[in-house]
Design a protein around this ligand. Structure first.
Ligand code: HEM
Length: 407
C-alpha cells in the first residue's frame, strides 16, 4: 500500500507553490453505487489531467488535431482525496453511502468550541462546514490547481451527484516566512522518519486505512494588530527564534534591558536572512529548554518533549502549510496560515492543542499571566480558526483511493 501523492515526505520532494483544498459533498439520497461511480469518474478525470489530458480538449471531429497535440502542462499537479466524518453519518446520508462502522473512532468534525486555546474566529468569514470529501490540489501554477477545481465543476454540471461546498486557497512563500515575518517550516521532521510518523501501519479500527494517513487542516487567521503590539524582543521570545535569521533562542537567563526582556541566541549561528540547505541540528532542533521563558515559546510548546520524532508521546506531525490572503466581502483583508499536517493518528494534534504545557495553556507562546514578570512577553491571542477538519487519507487504490469503503 502506498501513500497518496500530495504528501511530500520523500527526501528532496518539493511541494508546488499553489494550494487548493476543495470541500465536496455527495448529494442527498444517492446510493453507494452512484457515489462510487461519481468518485471513479472524478478520479479518472484527475488522473488524466495529471498527464495533461483535458476532457473538453479531446478530438471529436475527423479534422481535429491529434490528442497528442492537445496536451497541456500539468505543472506537477498532485491530487489527494480525503474522507471526512460526515460521509459515515447515517443521519445525514439516507440511505447510508458507506458503512458507519468503518469510520475510525478518532475521525470526527472539529470541536464545536474549537480547541482549548485555539478558538473559532468570531468573524462572519468563518466556515464551519464539515464535508464528506476534501480534495487537495498542489501544483506549480495557479492555473493548474484552479483547472482541477473547474474540471470537477464541469463534471457536476454534466450531472455527477456532487456539490462543491467550499474552496480554500493558499500559496507558498519563496522567503520561507509567514505573515508574522518569522521563518516557518525550519524544524520539520527529518525525512527518513517522516513515513514512520505519517503512515498507518496497524489495522486498528480501520484496516482500510493501512498505508494511508490522517490529514488535519486548520485555516488559521492571524491577528496582526495584536502581534504588532509586541516589541521585536517579545516576538522573538514568543516564537523562540531570532526574527531575521531563525536562529533559536539560547536556553539561558534573558537579559533585562530598559525594562524589557532581551533574548540571547545560540552562538555560531552563521546564517543571515535565508536558511541554508544543510543547517546543523543545533540550529534546526534545539534541545529541551529549562528557562521558563524559553520553554514557553511557540517552538517549545509545539514540540514540548523535544524527543525522538518517531515516539508517539512526542506528538511529531509532518507540517505542509500554505499561507493565505483573502479579501473580506465589503472591505478589508483576512490573512493567515492554512495549517496542513499529516500523521498516522489525529491524537497528536489534539494533544498539542490541549495539553497545558503544550499549546493548550496559551494561544501562541508566552508565559501564562499569573507568572508574568515585568518586561516579559504575555501569551498572545494571535490565532483563531476560520475553517478546518480531520480527514482520513486512504492509500493509493484503483480506481480511486478509498474504493474499498464503497463495496
Ligand atoms: C498561524 C498560525 C501559526 C504560525 C504563524 C506559526 C509559526 C511558527 C513559527 C514561526 C515556527 C518556527 C519555525 C519552525 O521551527 O518551523 C513554528 C514552528 C512550529 N509550529 Fe507553528 N505556527 C502556527 C500554528 C501552529 C499550530 C496550530 C501548530 C500545531 C498544532 C504548530 C506547530 C508547530 C511546530 C510543531 C513547530 C516546530 C517546533 C520545533 O520543533 O521547532 N504551529 N511555527
Amino acid at each position: 500500500m502506498v501513500l497518496q501523492e500530495g504528501i511530500y515526505w520523500q527526501s528532496g520532494a518539493k511541494p508546488g507553490r499553489c494550494y487548493r483544498l476543495l470541500y465536496v459533498n455527495f448529494q442527498e439520497g444517492i446510493t453507494t453505487s452512484e457515489a462510487k461511480s461519481a468518485l471513479a469518474e472524478v478520479w479518472l478525470m484527475l488522473t488524466n489531467l495529471r498527464q495533461g489530458i483535458v476532457q473538453d480538449l479531446q478530438p471529436t471531429k475527423v479534422d481535429d488535431p491529434p490528442a497528442s497535440e492537445m496536451k497541456v502542462s500539468s505543472e506537477n499537479l498532485t491530487c489527494l482525496l480525503g474522507f471526512g466524518s460526515r460521509l459515515f453519518d447515517e443521519t445525514v446520508h439516507v440511505p447510508p453511502i458507506v458503512n458507519a462502522d468503518l469510520r475510525p473512532p478518532t475521525l470526527v468534525s472539529l470541536p464545536v468550541r474549537g480547541f482549548r486555546s485555539l478558538p473559532w474566529a468570531t468573524t462572519p468569514t468563518v466556515n464551519r462546514v464539515s464535508p464528506d470529501l476534501a480534495i487537495q490540489f498542489i501544483a506549480d501554477t495557479e492555473l493548474a490547481v484552479n483547472r482541477a477545481v473547474v474540471e470537477i465543476h464541469k463534471l457536476i454540471l454534466r450531472g455527477l451527484p456532487l456539490r462543491l461546498e467550499a474552496l480554500f486557497t493558499g500559496f507558498q512563500r519563496e522567503d520561507r516566512r509567514s505573515w508574522i515575518d518569522f521563518h516557518d517550516g525550519i524544524n520539520t521532521l527529518r525525512s527518513p522518519l517522516r513515513k514512520l510518523v505519517i503512515e498507518v501501519t496497524e489495522p486498528g479500527d480501520a484496516p482500510w486505512l493501512i498505508g494511508g494517513t490522517f490529514m488535519t487542516f486548520l485555516k488559521i487567521a492571524v491577528d496582526l494588530q495584536v502581534w504588532r503590539q509586541l516589541s521585536r524582543s517579545q516576538q522573538e521570545l514568543v516564537v523562540g527564534r531570532h526574527k531575521l535569521t531563525g536562529c533559536p533562542i539560547l536556553d539561558d537567563l534573558p537579559q533585562i534591558v530598559g525594562g524589557q526582556v532581551q533574548p540571547q541566541f545560540i552562538s555560531g549561528c552563521p546564517f543571515s536572512g535565508t536558511i541554508p540547505n544543510n543547517p546543523t541540528d543545533r540550529f534546526i532542533d534545539p534541545a529541551k529548554a529549562s528557562n521558563r521563558l524559553v520553554v514557553a515559546s511557540h517552538i517549545h510548546r509545539a514540540n514540548f518533549n523535544r524527543g525522538d520524532d518517531d515516539q508517539a508521546s512526542n506528538n511529531r506531525v509532518f507540517r505542509q502549510g500554505y499561507e493565505f490572503l483573502d479579501a473580506i466581502p465589503g472591505g478589508g483583508i483576512s490573512l493567515g496560515l492554512n495549517f496542513v499536517s499529516f500523521r498516522k493518528d489525529v491524537s497528536a494534534i489534539r494533544e498539542i492543542l490541549s495539553r497545558p504545557d503544550w499549546m493548550g495553556g496559551v494561544n501562541f507562546g508566552g508565559v501564562t499571566n499569573p507568572d508574568l514578570a515585568i518586561g516579559e512577553p504575555p501569551p498572545v491571542p494571535l490565532m483563531s480558526i476560520l475553517a478546518g477538519g480531520f480527514f482520513a487519507i486512504p492509500p493509493i487504490e484503483d480506481p480511486f483511493p478509498g474504493i474499498s469503503l464503497f463495496s
